[in-house]
Design a binder for this molecule. Structure first.
Ligand code: MLT
Length: 435
């Protein structure tokens, strides 16, 4: 047996045919607990295989799988980004490194328009501009301890689970794919896909409304119950509001901070991907109120804000200047109108697709305040079977519900992110689908 650098014995293992001592870097073994692959690469793999086997059919493929936008960027963002490039072209207006946590002009526009104008007291420096909320949802774990009990909803956006697995916060997955150590909160047809408050206390809980994948929204009363739970158990809610722009019902809160007390128990994640069409441009933000505290292992309460700030300044160099100017332009009068028009476009697609699915006698959820439609698979079919059948029979790519967790089994998700022509054609094909 060899000794590692720190004197720990390291078992020998095989290199080719010879047994050699191990003097090399160790990897993060938690990655081996992850299931086959991230959901969307797995879908892409199956689609590629189908395209190789049936190239003539694959030509008419319509993608309603990953929630990726299809429409060009809003003109206000385009012209602001062009102007920003011009700024970079001249010595007098050139900018190098920007503030890691975002330029003041964008932090101010966000805090003012998304929060203060809606009566929510969020300061500019409680906004942290990033390259997107997927990254933030994963990175936020850097500032939390490994002792936390974590609750996630099921079905769930896989990033919340996988980043906890990678960070070593779970044991292995069981045969249903549920990880030891996580508390799963079922979201079912019976509870309207809004999780019930758990009977036991947890430290961290992920909520996402409007929900990916089910398209469900939470009412003010339901969010108030969650905030009360978090305050009384001193838990922290990670509130993913990436799809808030799709809320059309005036009674549904857009931000967790609309609920009294949430500034003491919630971190909110937002994105310009699904409102401004920035999936490729990359820009989002986290709201981390200065009032938010968590415990040291010695039982001392400390503010989280300085830790997140430290993380940003150490591990991130900020979003590019043209991107931040583009994001800022989304808050202008013209930018807001252009964003509303994009949202109307995708919500109209959702309506067309949901109507077609209903007429084909599917049970359909979501799609009203969200760009996702959650569909019950016909009895006797599991979600990957439905995925394969829809791909083979009508050349539409959907997302199998099982990819979002055990409670997603027996469902599939249809994304409304598409051109009108594709959404209408996919709707026409759904109506002709035979089981
Ligand atoms: C999805 O399809 O669930 C989303 O596109 C994923 C994401 O926004 O990262």
């Amino acid at each position: 047996m060899a000794l590692g650098f720190w004197g720990t014995p390291v078992a020998s293992h095989r290199f080719g045919d010879s047994l050699q001592p191990k003097f090399m870097a160790f990897l993060n073994e938690h990655y081996f607990k992850l299931k086959a692959g991230y959901l969307f690469p797995e879908i892409a793999r199956r689609v590629r295989t189908f395209a190789e086997e049936r190239p003539e059919l694959a030509k008419s493929l319509i993608r309603c799988g990953i929630g990726d936008v299809t429409e060009p960027l809003p003109p206000s963002a385009i012209s602001a980004m062009h102007q920003a490039i011009n700024d970079l072209a001249h010595r007098e207006t050139f900018r190098g490194y920007g503030p890691e946590q975002g330029y003041e002009f964008l932090r101010h526009a966000i805090a003012e328009n998304d929060y203060r104008r809606r009566g929510i007291d969020i300061a500019d420096d409680e906004i942290f501009v990033s390259d997107g909320s997927k990254c933030d949802c994963g990175n936020i774990l850097d500032i939390f301890g490994h002792q936390n009990r974590v609750a996630i909803v099921d079905p769930v956006y896989p990033v919340y689970v996988d980043t906890n697995v990678m960070a070593g916060h779970t044991g292995p997955a069981d045969k249903n794919g549920a990880y030891e150590g996580l508390l799963y909160l079922p979201c079912t047809r019976d509870n309207g896909f809004v999780p019930e408050i758990p009977a036991r206390r947890v430290d961290l809980v992920y909520l996402c409304f409007p929900n990916n994948p089910t398209g469900a929204v939470a009412t003010r009363e339901q969010l108030s119950e969650w905030v009360q739970y978090a305050l009384s158990s001193e838990a922290i809610i990670f509130f993913d509001a990436a799809y808030e722009a799709y809320i059309t019902d005036p009674e549904i809160p857009h931000s967790i901070y609309e609920i009294v007390g949430a500034k003491n128990c919630a971190i909110e994640f937002r994105s310009f991907s699904k409102n401004g069409g920035f999936t490729g441009v990359r820009c989002g933000f986290t709201v981390l109120p200065k009032s938010l505290v968590a415990l040291t292992s010695h039982g001392v309460k400390k503010e989280l804000h300085p830790l997140w700030h430290r993380r940003f300044t150490t591990k991130f160099n900020g979003v590019s200047y043209p991107t931040q100017r583009g994001a800022e332009a989304l808050y202008t009068v013209s930018g807001q109108e252009e964003v509303r028009s994009l949202i109307r476009h995708y919500l109209h697609n959702a309506e067309v697709l949901a109507k077609a699915l209903r007429s084909a006698e599917f049970e359909v959820f979501g799609g009203r305040n969200a760009p996702y439609i959650w569909v019950k698979a016909p009895a006797g079919h599991n979600s990957w079977q439905v995925f394969d059948k829809i791909l083979k029979d009508i050349q539409v790519v959907v997302t199998p519900g099982a990819g979002f967790g055990a409670e997603g089994e027996g469902y599939f998700r249809v994304s409304a992110f598409n051109s009108s022509a594709n959404a209408e054609e996919a709707a026409r094909r759904f109506t002709n689908l035979k089981w």
